[in-house]
Design a protein around this ligand. Structure first.
Ligand code: NAD
Length: 302
């Protein structure tokens, strides 16, 4: 398989590139290193250091003729999207359209898009299924949802096959300590530096944490055939920020200082995604228990 991975030098993308190479795929990467690092990138992948909006990208896709395009490159920082919505839209909406046009021209067999639970916004439900109303509460959530809509219309109008994977909170080695999604990495950085751990709000907000290797496995399963639908990549298990910290503290083996800070404005209280659809359509399910995944992430952070 010829696979093109946008954002292949980032946290999730670099793990996906490793797995694709291990599976014998020929792998090409487009990344502008805005948040990714060359040190993440497998040397067996062919790297094109480009912005996904760059005019050279279409020519490149024409030359590579990938079977599958995994689109992970994104402005993935919620806070930055609120500070600079135009840049967020340029990368996440315009960049996606740019890739979609090239994929239609080259008859790419499967456009696999990394989306997010942020498309739902604040939902008062114990567990969210894919038919939930989408109502993003950040420009990031909105731009990813807009990208999803473009993908669906490119399928309807031009027949481009696709699969949309909406991830819960992904964690694991190579994650940078930033943003809401990066709470595990943020906590690990503070555990290692001995600084107090800041908990926004009362710490009783819950999230669905999924280990990066499980997310990679879902992408590999999605590469098998285009489902032409959107589905969750999640554990379906919610855990509070306080119990996440308890588990990390046990792994660390020493007491940690914590400080409660103001809740973030607009922060989502609870987020847990059902993974039944991905299980039915892709035969995929997560296999890495939280404690095991956190132990890997902890060891990597040392
Ligand atoms: P990341 O920031 O580590 O990776 C993004 C990669 O894209 C980086 O290597 C960056 O340099 C590259 N990139 C950004 N803008 C680019 C551009 N204009 N042109 C070319 N390359 C560009 O983020 P991640 O956590 O690995 O996220 C990967 C994808 O998964 C994103 O699409 C994100 O929205 C989605 N996602 C992540 C999470 C999570 O918890 N990490 C949750 C839901 C969805």
């Amino acid at each position: 398989m010829k696979a093109l991975v946008t954002g292949g030098a980032g946290f999730i993308g670099s793990h996906l590139v490793d797995a694709l190479i291990l599976n014998g795929a020929e792998v090409f990467v487009i990344d502008n290193f805005s948040s990714g690092h060359s040190s993440n990138l497998n040397t067996a992948a062919a790297l094109y250091q480009l912005d996904i909006c760059d005019s050279q990208v279409k020519q490149l896709i024409k030359e590579i003729k990938p079977d599958v395009l995994f689109h992970l490159a994104a402005q993935a920082d919620v806070g930055r999207s609120v500070r600079n919505p135009a840049e967020d839209a340029r990368v996440n909406i315009d960049g996606t359209i740019h890739l979609l046009e090239a994929c239609v021209e080259e008859s790419v067999k499967n456009f696999i898009f990394s989306s997010t639970s942020a498309v739902y916004g604040n939902v008062e439900r114990e567990i969210i299924t894919e038919d939930e109303l989408t109502s993003p509460s950040s420009f990031y959530g909105f731009s990813k949802l807009a990208a999803e809509c473009y993908i669906k219309l490119f399928h309807k109008l031009f027949g481009l096959p696709y699969t949309i994977l909406r991830y819960a909170n992904v964690y694991g080695p190579r994650q940078l300590p930033k943003g809401d999604g990066g709470v595990v990495a943020v906590f690990l950085e503070r555990l290692n530096s001995g600084e107090a751990i800041l908990i926004q709000g009362d710490g009783e907000q819950t999230r669905d944490f999924i280990y990066v290797e499980d997310v990679v496995a879902a992408n590999l399963a999605a590469a098998e055939y285009a489902t032409n639908t959107a589905m969750h990549v999640s554990t379906g298990i919610s855990i509070s920020i306080n119990s996440l910290l308890d588990t990390l503290t046990k792994i660390h083996g020493a007491p940690v200082e914590t400080q409660l800070t103001d809740p973030r404005p607009g922060d989502i209280k609870h987020s847990c995604l059902s993974n039944k659809l991905a299980n039915n359509l892709l035969g995929w399910q997560p296999v890495v228990p939280l404690v095991e995944g956190l132990e890997h992430a902890y060891r990597f952070s040392k």
